[in-house]
Design a binder for this molecule. Structure first.
Ligand SMILES: Nc1ncnc2c1ncn2[C@@H]1O[C@H](COP(=O)(O)OP(=O)(O)O)[C@@H](O)[C@H]1O
Ligand SMILES: [Mg+2]
Length: 306
């Protein structure tokens, strides 16, 4: 029961790469099979996971231009964790592919071949809404949007959601925004609470509609601002390797647990009925049940009481 999640926000510096690196690492440490894809020519994810993009072999660029296949381009960076890396050539992919028919579905086609081998594929998007992000959104079934709760947090949100809507209309009707993750959260400041309330209000308006974020929720775990999270990448380490006891490690572990606890419900939502039955409903926090499972929540709480 694979979940393919694109982590995107066209704003830079909101926590996309940090989220992909550490959430994927936490899932892999839990024994799940995980692939991460670095769609950003800046190669921050590749570097964060300890690879040198200048010396790396084939990666996203080669897969998109079909000069290498996916299997030969993946690097096993940790137990259970494989990376499809980025390098500077990726900058040119957009213009090189401009006349290629089907250029927006290349990643999807490549990933389809390995579906059965993974529990999670997480795609780290560049800070733009161009062809690379489009490939990610076409390959994914879910979009996560990290948000840094400061006063311009929701600026650009409209454009982002319009892009997602376009993708769902034209190429990938299955795509849903499932999670908004508040990153670099500072509880003491007033603003985060306001930004959070704004997002909640915005999401609530979409609840009964068929837009791709009608089922989205703010992930009920915030990632607190933590300097260790900013230091770890320059050592090529995940937060669990760099400082396993810090708040950042705790937060991303909790985020990963939460995401995984939702898997049963999400896969069911995706109509994958032949797969395993929904799992872990009992493990969800009560607020999570009501927030995400709709009618299912009644059933779940009754089961709990029984
Ligand atoms: N919770 C956090 N606390 C402190 N620094 C963080 C946190 N999350 C990310 N950072 C740092 O902020 C910068 C931007 O984060 P990054 O994940 O690279 O964002 P994006 O991929 O959206 O550009 C990086 O230097 C990163 O190390
Ligand atoms: Mg990034």
């Amino acid at each position: 029961m694979l979940r393919t999640i694109a982590v995107l926000n066209q704003k830079g510096g909101v926590g996309k790469t940090t989220t992909v690196a550490n959430t994927a690492a936490a899932l892999a440490m839990r024994g799940l099979k995980v692939m991460v894809v670095d769609m950003d020519p800046q190669a921050h994810l590749t570097i964060h996971l300890g690879e040198n993009p200048k010396q790396a072999g084939p990666g996203v660029y080669e897969v998109l231009t079909k000069s290498a296949n996916l299997a030969e381009s993946l690097v096993e960076v940790r137990p259970n964790l494989r990376l499809l890396g980025s390098n500077i050539d990726l900058v040119g992919a957009e213009s090189e592919l401009v006349s290629v028919v089907g250029r927006d579905i290349i990643l999807r086609e490549a990933l389809e071949a390995v579906q059965d081998e993974y529990d999670y594929i997480m795609i780290d998007c560049p800070p733009s809404l161009g062809l690379l992000t489009l490939n990610a959104l076409t390959a994914a079934k879910e979009a996560f949007i990290p948000v840094q709760p400061h006063f311009l947090a929701l600026q650009g949100f409209g454009t982002l959601l319009e892009t997602i809507t376009l993708v769902t209309r034209r190429i990938n009707p299955e795509l849903k925004v499932t999670g908004i993750l508040l990153c670099m959260f500072d509880k003491r400041a007033l603003l985060p609470a306001e930004v959070k309330a704004d997002i909640e209000q915005f999401l609530d308006k979409a609840r009964q509609t068929d837009c791709p974020w009608s089922g989205a929720q703010i992930i009920p775990v915030h990632v607190r601002r933590n300097i260790k999270l900013a230091e770890a990448p320059s050592y090529g380490k995940t937060i669990f390797e760099y400082e396993p006891k810090c708040n950042g490690a705790e937060d991303y572990k909790t985020v990963a647990e939460y995401i995984h606890s939702q898997t049963g419900a999400v896969v069911k939502e995706q109509g994958d009925e032949l797969q395993q039955p929904p799992i872990l409903i009992r493990e969800l926090a009560p607020e999570a049940k009501t927030a995400t499972l709709g009618d299912e929540s009644v059933e779940a709480s009754q089961t709990d009481r029984a």
